[in-house]
Design a protein around this ligand. Sequence first.
Ligand SMILES: *[C@@H]1O[C@H](CO)[C@@H](O)[C@H](O)[C@H]1NC(C)=O
Ligand SMILES: *[C@@H]1O[C@H](CO)[C@@H](O)[C@H](O)[C@H]1NC(C)=O
Length: 199
Amino acid sequence: MAKSSLLLLLLLLSILSIAAAAAAGASSPSSATFIKAKCSATKYPDLCVRSLSPYASEIQQNSWKLAATALNVSLATAQSAKAFVGRLSRAKGMRPREVEALHDCVDEMADTVYRLNRSCGELERAGRARREEFLWRISNVQTWVSAALTDDNTCTDGFPGQILNGRVKASVSSGMLSVEHSTSNALALINQYASKHNM
Ligand SMILES: *[C@@H]1O[C@H](CO)[C@@H](O)[C@H](O)[C@H]1NC(C)=O
Ligand SMILES: *[C@@H]1O[C@H](CO)[C@@H](O)[C@H](O)[C@H]1NC(C)=O
């Protein structure tokens, strides 16, 4: 009798944990729909969905969390692009003019990383702020992220003509492009969040 009730208990526990897992999974479809809907208003919706879906269970249907996560993704992308360009500048066989152009690019990426990092903190505070404070904090975030977005462009614009060989230039460009795209998406989600919050 004792043995069978123990078995019954174990069975019950495993059913409960399966049910809990199913419930956790069940919140995901609605979060996925939410992310997809919000991302549809960004300039790069596929990238938006792809980069934010892994965080669906944390985002749920929270616009602030969505924007803050997108900003974190953008910051991480900028950090890795900066590290990549830095490694490239130390690669063998780079000519001095190339090294110089790459160093300028690293400096610009450092500004971008700084602005995005600061924006993350400010968005965090905006999320907790009341109306007046919210308005100026969110406008700081919008200003800094916009500035980061324009910064990115100058990196490759700064490599006119033959300074960088084709392959180096192409890989720098694609790194810059991924930063630009993820930052553009983050800004769009921040703007969506800000305008809804202001109503
Ligand atoms: C963004 O990243 C920071 C640092 O890694 C982390 O503390 C924070 O929780 C993240 N924010 C969101 C909304 O995920
Ligand atoms: C921003 O940088 C500070 C200092 O380097 C760091 O402590 C913080 O975690 C960074 N924030 C994010 C969101 O990564």
